[in-house]
Design a protein around this ligand. Structure first.
Ligand SMILES: Cc1cc2nc3c(=O)[nH]c(=O)nc-3n(C[C@H](O)[C@H](O)[C@H](O)COP(=O)(O)OP(=O)(O)OC[C@H]3O[C@@H](n4cnc5c(N)ncnc54)[C@H](O)[C@@H]3O)c2cc1C
Length: 534
């Protein structure tokens, strides 16, 4: 890291005597599946504050389409779900964590159903479908491809009706507050309506989700800028496996439109990938063709794009029954219609995009991080479930299970009498050049896509680190007072760590593919990449 990044403990000046303060037993940062499930659980033991940087609905969770994986049919088994998860994780997943998560899944999904999440049913039972990498149909879905919205809304309703949970929307958390005696003691952030605030908490749960916005092409909403990873890094938490960014193979490719995801379930139910001459190509790359793991499909698409000199490939669903398609995939139907694509006559243009952050803040079976009184769950955490690759639909499951665990553990052990130290942290203000942070952010996202993308090579990785360090020199010395500035600093921090980790892992494993080291190397690299601030 540059000197600038290393010495800066907090991104802003803090004077606890002059800043508004709130107090709570349990602070939850994030309103996705992990944060909301954590808040509900914690509220049975204590008072909770949930903060999120936009509205409760702005999250990766809300956008999830395909479904949530769990053993819901008698033909399926926990052993089979665990075996598929382990196989996909390429030697880096934690068997104990996997067993716990798959075993707790069914009960927690039935609980969501009770709380009003209308999963699609078949003969009165939760309907399930198959996705790539799963050996059974175990993916439950809701309102077709609106699984995330339906789950999120059921949790939001539950949270809003709970008098022990206070919700603060449009509240940007800048940094976690820590001290040597108590570990994490709360956070400093900016409430869009009231300005800078301190929240002191006995326990804090980080549930800030993913980091897809670090890439030019992404399925993730604007809130997914990796803030949680950056603030945990500054606080001294151990991070794991930041090189493992999963790319989703099929996102709609229309210039000017956002990269909307075309769910994997579509391939699960028979959609075929074809190139610009109409040729199906997946069988050339993998025996499971369209149902091969995501990383293989993403690389196959890139390779076919190169071979055919094209910017995208297509999904062919022209053989589907239109009525069934519209009912089963209402979001995709609407999306395609909005671009005048008639799915029964036209091909759907697609290409891969950054989708899911596998690495993150290292946690144990109780969702504890390496910092006392700080827990993490969901996409921001590295729990050991996914290893080097994530099995589709296992992330909502992870958020649900670890959200509950984090909420329980963080509310069981409350310190009776926390002493809130006064904090006075001042940063020497820089009067170096003014900055257009939007320009830095766009350039960074393009650099990550080019140099730290689906296929990585040593030279471009080194070059990415050098360029990021150069940008850091004049971005990290500033003290911003806006979300755009803080996000830009966080993005530079996480991108630098990711490029470094990707350079260190001189092998190809799971979602991390090195063009210059295309084989797996168990002898040297069957281990996690660990990062911690010096
Ligand atoms: C398009 C799409 C489709 C997907 N489909 C599926 C699927 O079918 N099945 C599946 O299992 N997974 C799917 N995923 C992945 C899955 O949705 C996510 O991994 C999961 O929802 C993450 O949940 P979370 O609670 O960890 O974080 P999120 O749901 O992303 O929530 C993060 C929260 O943190 C808040 N936050 C972030 N930074 C700050 C800050 N600085 N201050 C305050 N608040 C902050 C955000 O505002 C948000 O409320 C999909 C993802 C996307 C993007």
């Amino acid at each position: 890291m540059t000197e600038q990044t290393e010495f800066r403990r907090y991104l802003v000046d803090i004077d606890s005597n002059k800043t508004n303060q709130l107090f709570t037993d349990c602070l939850v940062i994030g309103s996705g599946i992990a944060g909301l499930r954590a808040a509900i659980e914690a509220s049975s033991n204590c008072n909770v504050i949930v903060v999120c940087k936009d509205t409760l609905e702005s999250s990766n969770t809300f956008k999830a389409q395909g479904g949530i994986a769990s053993v819901l049919k008698s033909a399926d088994s926990f052993e089979s779900h665990a075996a598929d998860t382990i196989k996909t994780g390429c030697g880096l997943s934690d068997k104990e964590v996997i067993d716990m998560v798959v075993c707790q899944g069914p009960e927690l999904i039935l609980e969501l159903l009770e709380w009003g999440a209308e999963f699609d049913l078949n003969d009165g039972q939760i309907a399930t479908t198959i996705e790539g990498g799963h050996s059974h149909a175990r993916v439950a879905h809701a309102h077709g491809d609106e699984t995330g919205r339906i789950i999120a809304e059921s949790l939001i309703k539950k949270v809003k009706g709970n008098p022990r949970i206070k919700i603060l929307e449009k509240f940007y958390v800048v940094d976690l507050l820590t001290n040597d005696d108590n570990g994490c003691i709360g956070m400093v952030g900016c409430d869009r309506a009231r300005g800078m605030q301190l929240i002191w908490s006995a326990n804090t749960i980080l549930a800030t989700g993913g980091a897809g916005q670090l890439y030019r092409e992404t399925t993730n909403p604007e809130v997914a800028t990796g803030d949680g990873i950056a603030m945990a890094y500054r606080a001294g938490a151990v991070l794991h496996d930041l090189e493992f960014m999963q790319f989703h193979p099929t996102t709609l490719y229309i210039a000017g439109a956002s990269r909307a995801l075309i769910t994997e379930a579509l391939r699960g139910e028979g959609a075929i990938l074809v190139d610009n001459s109409g040729q199906a190509f997946m069988k050339q790359y993998h025996a499971s063709a369209e149902l091969a793991p995501r990383d293989i499909v993403s690389r196959a698409i890139l390779s076919q794009m190169l071979k055919t000199n094209s910017t995208h490939v297509y999904l062919d669903v022209r053989h589907f029954d239109k009525k069934h398609f519209t009912k089963r995939f209402p979001l995709i139907s609407e999306l395609c219609e909005s671009f005048d694509i008639d799915v029964i006559k036209d091909l759907i243009p697609v290409r891969p995009s950054a989708h899911y952050m596998i690495g993150g803040v290292r946690t144990d079976m109780s969702a504890r991080t390496s910092i006392e009184n700080l827990y993490a769950c969901g996409e921001v955490a590295s729990s050991g479930l996914h290893g080097a690759n994530r099995l589709g639909s296992n992330s909502l499951l992870e958020g649900l299970v670890f959200g509950k665990i984090a909420g329980r553990c963080a509310s069981e052990k409350l310190i009776a009498d926390i002493k809130h130290p006064s904090i006075n942290y001042k940063i020497a203000h820089s009067n170096r050049t003014r900055l257009d942070t939007v320009d830095v952010r766009n350039s960074l996202r393009a650099l990550m896509w080019r140099n730290v993308g689906i296929t990585r090579w040593e030279r471009p990785l080194k070059e990415a680190s050098e360029i990021i360090r150069f940008w850091q020199r004049y971005v990290m010395d500033k003290v911003f007072d806006s979300l755009q500035g803080w996000e830009c600093q966080n993005m530079l921090t996480v991108c630098e760590l990711m490029a470094d980790c990707a350079e260190q892992r001189q092998e190809s494993r799971g979602v991390h593919f090195r063009g210059d080291y295309s084989e797996i190397n168990d002898k040297a690299f069957k281990k996690h990449t660990e990062v911690v601030r010096k």
